[in-house]
Unconditional design. Structure first.
Length: 141
């Protein structure tokens, strides 16, 4: 089953989409799908769509699906900007959220792993996956 088709089985309730990302909301979690080239502007936009929605306050986690992304074009400073945006989010949802990243590209995986280790806040559990179904099971547990 292709990754692009696999999310439809979970009953997407609303889809905010642009050319570079989409956010789909489900009971208890959200899925952010990022396509093409991962750059600071689309990461900031995806973060804003996710955290400014009232449903964010009630989720237990979210999945960031980067499996269809071609490459990542973000400097360490860009990663720090994304990390800084994320530091405010736990104030709106005080739960210890689970954040799963689905990444197939070794280049993207290395960059995101570095960001998780060095820059992103530690209030949430974060894990990198290759298999989208394993990632979703982890978020939903």
């Amino acid at each position: 089953m292709a990754v692009e088709q696999s999310w439809s089985e979970f009953g997407d309730t609303l889809n905010n989409a642009t050319d570079n990302f989409s956010v789909a909301w489900y009971p208890g979690y959200a899925i952010i799908k990022i396509n093409g080239v991962i750059e600071l502007p689309n990461m900031v936009d995806a973060n804003n769509v996710l955290t400014s929605d009232a449903r964010f306050d009630d989720i237990q986690g979210f999945l960031v699906d980067m499996s269809a992304a071609e490459t990542i074009n973000m400097s360490d400073m860009d990663l720090r900007v994304v990390a800084a945006l994320g530091k405010a989010a736990p104030k709106y949802n005080p739960r210890k959220l689970k954040v799963a990243y689905v990444i197939r590209s070794p280049q993207i995986r290395n960059t995101i792993a570095r960001a998780v280790d060095q820059y992103f806040h530690k209030e949430w559990d974060r894990m990198l996956f290759i298999d989208p179904h394993a990632a979703l099971q982890w978020v939903r547990r």
